[in-house]
Ligand binder design. Structure first.
Ligand SMILES: NC(=O)c1ccc[n+]([C@@H]2O[C@H](COP(=O)([O-])OP(=O)(O)OC[C@H]3O[C@@H](n4cnc5c(N)ncnc54)[C@H](O)[C@@H]3O)[C@@H](O)[C@H]2O)c1
Length: 310
């Protein structure tokens, strides 16, 4: 049997990109998601391409459903992305913990039961505290974790959980911690506004981004490829990596959008999100041969073109 990649949350933004890239690489893909809404897949793949995906409608909080998905599909690789984002965890903390924390434990339990030895999963820079709690500059990989949201606390728990599964069961794992992901399909979550501004610009509409300051932007396509790279190259331990890219201002993103869509106005408010502006990714670079970092303007132009086509 060929390699089989289980993607949880494949109906989501990053998941849809992961699936799209895996299919282009000729890989077998199983998409485990509670949702049947294909709008992000439709934005990236034709119906013929999607016909190659095995869809498993399942709830990550249900241990048996996750285990069955592993066994029935002879899973060899796992990229675990399903989660509830910041606003949803705030609105419903119990469900947030069930999906984000118990769901991740279910993935490790299923991996253990199915003798899958490596788990790749999404963490977040939300594991860290706010900018004023750290020295200025790029935040060190091993800076203390001081989450200020339940979402961030759940991600810390997942990273600690992964360490215990390595210590107790020798299941290795790699987590990536993206900051602001943008691109086709990024239509929900705290930092989705830059992408929403691109969508508005393509429609010829003005848009106001409600936060400013500097941050790291990651093109969804690059993030997806980095997750695949992590799945294909297991490391011997329980690792969690910050992702790279040079911090840029939200205003700079707005300026690039307006440069290519001069008929619209993208405004940026001064309100600054409570995160450091950038996170050091030296560790990621030293552990992987290939790092995916499309230059910002090229990625924004690609996104505008894809949105135009859609
Ligand atoms: N987008 C970002 O900027 C960003 C930044 C940092 C970390 N992350 C992390 O990356 C991962 C993917 O993010 P995204 O932007 O693609 O998220 P998304 O919200 O677009 O997609 C999440 C997916 O999870 C699925 N899901 C939710 N509950 C489920 C359940 N009980 N069972 C099965 N599936 C369920 C949803 O249906 C959805 O398709 C998440 O873990 C997120 O926390 C994202």
């Amino acid at each position: 049997m060929s390699d089989a990649y289980l993607i949880t949350g494949g109906m989501g933004c990053i998941g849809a990109w992961v699936i799209s890239h895996l299919l282009q690489q000729g890989k077998r893909v199983i998409n485990f998601d509670i949702s049947e809404d294909r709008h992000r897949l439709d934005a990236l793949m034709t119906a013929d391409e999607q016909a190659k995906i095995t869809f498993v409608k399942g709830d990550l909080t249900q241990t048996e459903q996750v285990k069955v998905a592993f066994v029935d599909n002879d899973i060899s690789h796992v990229i675990h992305l399903a989660a509830l984002q910041v606003p949803f965890c705030r609105a419903n903390p119990v469900l947030g913990a069930q999906v984000n924390v118990t769901g991740t434990i279910n993935i490790f339990e299923a991996a253990k039961a199915a003798a899958v030895h490596h788990v790749v999963y999404a963490s977040s820079i939300a594991v860290y505290g706010s900018a004023d709690e750290y020295p200025p500059g790029l935040l060190a990989h091993d800076a203390p974790k001081m989450p200020h949201t339940l979402y961030g606390a759940y991600k810390v728990c997942n990273e600690q959980t992964a360490q215990i599964y390595f210590d107790d069961d020798n299941i290795t794992s790699t987590a990536l911690r993206p900051y602001t992901v943008f691109g086709v399909g990024r239509d929900q979550g705290l930092t989705s506004e830059p992408t929403k501004a691109m969508v508005a610009a393509v429609k010829g509409e003005d848009y106001n981004i409600t936060f400013g300051g500097e941050m790291q932007f990651h093109y969804a396509s690059d993030v997806a490829l980095q997750f695949i790279e992590a799945a294909d190259n297991p490391l011997d331990g329980a690792y969690a990596f910050n992702m790279g890219t040079t911090p840029v201002s939200v205003q700079a993103v707005a300026d690039i959008i307006m440069k290519h869509k001069p008929n619209v106005s993208i405004t940026v408010e001064e309100n600054i999100l409570p995160f450091p502006q950038g996170f050091d990714s030296t560790e990621l670079h030293s552990h992987f041969d290939t790092i995916y970092e499309t230059p910002l303007e090229e990625a924004i132009v690609d996104t505008l073109a894809r949105l135009e086509k859609a």
